[in-house]
Design a protein around this ligand. Sequence first.
Ligand SMILES: *Cc1c(COP(=O)(O)O)cnc(C)c1O
Length: 220
Amino acid sequence: MTNIKKNVKEILDEIPDEVKLVAAAKTRTADEIMAAIEAGVEIIGENYVQESLDVYQLVGDKAEWHFIGHLQRNKVKEVVPIYEMIESLDSKRLARKINKEAKKINKVQKVLIEINSGEEEQKFGILPEDAIEFTKYVSNFGNLKVLGLMTMGPRFGEPEKSRPYFQKTKKIFDQLNGMGIDNIEMKYLSMGMTNSYKIALEEGANIIRIGTKIFGKREK
Ligand SMILES: *Cc1c(COP(=O)(O)O)cnc(C)c1O
């Protein structure tokens, strides 16, 4: 049995107060998620809609929910009412759909734009060269609020290999910040996972998303 509480406490002790910890909870049970919350986790990150609706039934508003996986448009309707933030906005079509569903329930949905900093190594996200045009496009939606950027970077291998991807994303973050686009706030930079969060913090992340180091190894 993984010692979830001990793992959470170790991470919380280690990271600066202003950094938000997202517990990446894909494939984890409601009991595991509750253990993390009891140890001080305030934000749960989920990748799969149906799975998250199931655990949401049990965990509910004891945590804040962030969607961190690739979101299909036909699932947006189920995500918008529950999720505080969608960290993985990765296309114009998805932006239009989230805006439409948020409008229906009179919500302004907080989002981060996912940057495909790894380019060919990564499947989803906005390419760095398209980031400014994409952000301007999204700024026009009344029921979306862009609060920053998210990136994955490489999942495995040498942590140091992640650094250039994080640097690239931070550069876009600073550039967008300096542009003062209406309705856009560059407040959060979500980068770093179990193998790379220390590097991500050095490169300016203020949200880190950790699964394995909290819950132990995953089956899938
Ligand atoms: C699974 C996942 C994480 C956490 O990965 P670990 O290596 O288990 O810490 C972070 N971000 C996203 C988008 C994920 O899917």
